[in-house]
Design a protein around this ligand. Sequence first.
Ligand SMILES: C[S@@+](CC[C@H](N)C(=O)[O-])C[C@H]1O[C@@H](n2cnc3c(N)ncnc32)[C@H](O)[C@@H]1O
Length: 175
Amino acid sequence: MKHTHYIRQSYLFCKYRNYVLGIQKYITGRNVLEVGPNKGNLFAQYYPQTKKYTLLEPNGHFEKFYIKLQKKHPNLHYKIGGFEGYDADERFGAIVMMAVISHIRIGSQAIFDKIDSLLEKGGFLIVETNNTKRNLDVFDLLDRNYEKIEAKASYGGIIKWLRIDYRNVMIYRKP
Ligand SMILES: C[S@@+](CC[C@H](N)C(=O)[O-])C[C@H]1O[C@@H](n2cnc3c(N)ncnc32)[C@H](O)[C@@H]1O
C-alpha cells in the first residue's frame, strides 16, 4: 500500500494538535494502544511518559517509521494489521483512535464491542470523528455505555475559523 504526504503527521501540525487536544493526562503511565497511527508521529512526544505504547496499522509502508521511532523509544511496539482482526493478550489503559473510525469495516456495534473488549475498566478512549458519516453510530454507543469526559473541536484558531475541518475529539471513560 502506498501513501502520499499527510500534513496531519508533519512535525508542526502534530505540535499544534498536541497543544489543542491536551490528552497527555489520559495516557501518562498507561498501557496505550493507538489504532491507525499513520507514521506514528502524532503523540510521539508523549511515548516516554507512557508505560507501553502500541501502534496498530494495516499499511505496512509505515513500518520503517516505527522502527526508527523504536530506536528512540524502547517502550514503543507495533503490529501491522487492521482493527477488525486485532486481538491482544493484554488490556489497555487508554486507546487512541484519531480519524480512523470510518475506515474500519466491521460495523458500529462490532467496533464498539472490540473497543470494549480491549479497554480496561476505568480506561480512557480518545476518539476523533471523521469528515464522512460512516460508522458514526459508534459515537451513540459510546455515549450510552461510557462516560463522556471531554468533547472538543479537532482544530482551533484559523482552521476552525475558516471552517476547513469539522472533526471533533471525544474523551470517554469506561465505567
Ligand atoms: C485519516 S488517517 C489518520 C491518521 C492518524 N490517526 C492521524 O490522525 O494523523 C487513517 C489511518 O487509519 C489507518 N487505517 C485504515 N484502515 C484501518 C483499519 N481497518 N484498522 C486500523 N487502521 C486503519 C490508515 O492506514 C491511516 O493510517
